[in-house]
Design a protein around this ligand. Structure first.
Ligand code: SF4
Length: 453
């Protein structure tokens, strides 16, 4: 009898100056895993970012009560184009020996599928593919994910993969497998990712929808999801959360939607009602940022009842002019109203925070500081992110026209850890001052009794 086909899924290392796991999970790769399992494949996962691997016990890597934490860092040489950055560059994730041992113990697969995250993490992808080629010569290697979508030409030229599949894998992988005579039968698309392929990390990531109806000038959502906002069926999401919490005993769930609150009366509220009706108890987090515009008193109360713990709202700036120029996804008034709804529903100032962008073309230091002060005046925390342009976005073009980045710049230069270049809207000193102001204000809020209200 012919044996099953075998697939090896690979979640590669992160190469960066800093990395922290904020509930990230390779959900696209696990969705591919569910699809292959549905066709009768034997599927295994090499997860270079497995923070609970037994080999890491000796390193005592801490995690917080919601499952977030650092990765093991192995210092590696800095690539030339970021050689000027006065920080140590590293490979984050499992020790190399551990990965080599795991590969040696893996039966030879018929196909290898590698995912990719941030564009500037590509050295980890390339290194993983080189290792896979040594371990399994002749086995086709397929690369998908964010880097493969946003920098497809770079990935085709440099990654070493046999096939680079940009965009939604559902549109390309079935035909590729058929072409390789590796599709034993037509299989339905999976209802949700095979989270059980991954060792329990204490959390899982769920997306209830793909894409976003807005078109912010700095955001890659439309490049990654050209169809815009597409919600998943409510029953599929409720079923996925039941499987995660009740079957896999995972207590924390991060929603990674781009637009979690869009059409919430027909979508998120029905999902949360379904979860509560089934008696599912878990904690929810929104690290991707939610839209202030979508918040209502009723939704805030339902979110509180359902177990939301961490709420981040994408404000970006308090300047109406900048908000209008970058996509008009919210306003300062809408943000204040959303915070009011959440506080009246019982969320504390610690649980609610605002994302603020610093360094957009046209922004001033005063604007960033005013935004931080505005957020703190509402009794919630401020989280400042350094703006770094993403290839293909409107803001990328603005940076190119302003001479702040070369049109053919290495993807490593899209890293938001890098200092601002000379001529950027903010100086590095101003950015550091803004980060400090946010931190100090957050600390004052946490120390102040009002933060619990
Ligand atoms: S609203 Fe958020 S996800 Fe949507 S385009 Fe703007 S930044 Fe991106």
């Amino acid at each position: 009898m012919k044996r099953s086909w075998r697939a090896l899924l690979v979640n590669p290392w992160i190469y960066d100056f800093a990395a922290y796991n904020l509930w990230s999970e390779p959900t696209g790769l696990l969705e591919v895993g569910a699809y292959l399992l549905g066709m009768g494949y034997e599927v295994s996962l090499l997860d270079c970012l497995d923070r609970r691997h037994p080999d890491l016990r000796a390193y005592r890597i801490r995690e917080d009560r919601f499952g977030c934490g650092h990765f093991l860092k192995t210092v590696v040489p800095k690539p030339d184009c970021v050689g000027h950055v006065p920080r140590r560059f590293g490979r984050y994730g499992l020790p190399l020996d551990t990965v080599r041992r795991e590969l040696a113990a893996t039966p030879p697969p018929d196909i290898i599928l590698v995912t990719s995250g941030m564009t500037y993490w590509y050295p980890g992808v390339h290194f993983a593919i080189a290792l896979l080629r040594q371990s399994f010569p002749g086995v086709p290697v397929v690369l998908g994910g964010i880097y493969a979508t946003l920098c497809a030409d770079h990935a085709r030229r440099h990654s070493g993969a046999d096939y680079v599949l940009p965009g939604d894998w559902k549109a390309t992988l079935p035909a590729l497998l058929a072409g390789l005579n590796l599709r034993p039968s037509d299989a339905p698309m999976p209802r949700y990712p095979a989270h059980h392929l991954r060792r329990n990390q204490g959390f899982a990531a769920v997306t209830t929808s793909r894409g976003c109806p807005y078109r912010c000038t700095y955001c890659a959502s439309r490049l990654l999801n050209p169809a815009g906002y597409v919600p998943r069926p409510v029953d599929d999401v409720v079923g996925e959360i039941a499987y995660i919490v009740q079957d896999l005993q995972i207590p924390d769930i991060a929603f990674y939607d781009d637009a979690l609150l869009v059409h919430s009366a027909e979508h998120l509220e029905r999902i949360l009602d379904g979860i509560m009706a089934r008696g599912i108890r878990c904690r929810f987090h929104t690290p991707n940022g939610i839209h202030a515009r979508g918040m209502t008193e009723a939704l805030a109360h339902t979110m509180k009842q359902a177990g939301f713990e961490t709420i981040r709202i994408g404000l970006e700036t308090v300047s109406e002019a900048t908000l209008q120029a970058t996509g008009a996804k919210t306003s300062a008034d809408e943000f204040a109203r959303a915070v009011g709804c959440l506080k009246r529903a019982g969320f504390t100032g610690r649980q609610v925070g605002a994302y603020i962008l610093a360094g957009l073309v046209g922004q001033t230091f005063r604007e960033v500081m005013d935004t931080i002060a505005f957020v703190h005046s509402l009794g919630v925390t401020a989280h400042v992110s350094r703006f770094a342009p993403i290839q293909g976005t409107v803001e990328w073009e603005r940076w190119v026209r302003a001479g702040l980045i070369a049109p053919d710049a290495d993807p490593l230069l899209q890293n938001h850890v890098l200092p601002f270049p000379p001529g950027a809207p903010l100086t590095e000193a101003e950015y550091q001052a803004a980060v400090l102001a946010a931190r100090e204000g957050n600390a004052r809020l946490r120390a102040h009794s009002d933060v619990s209200k």
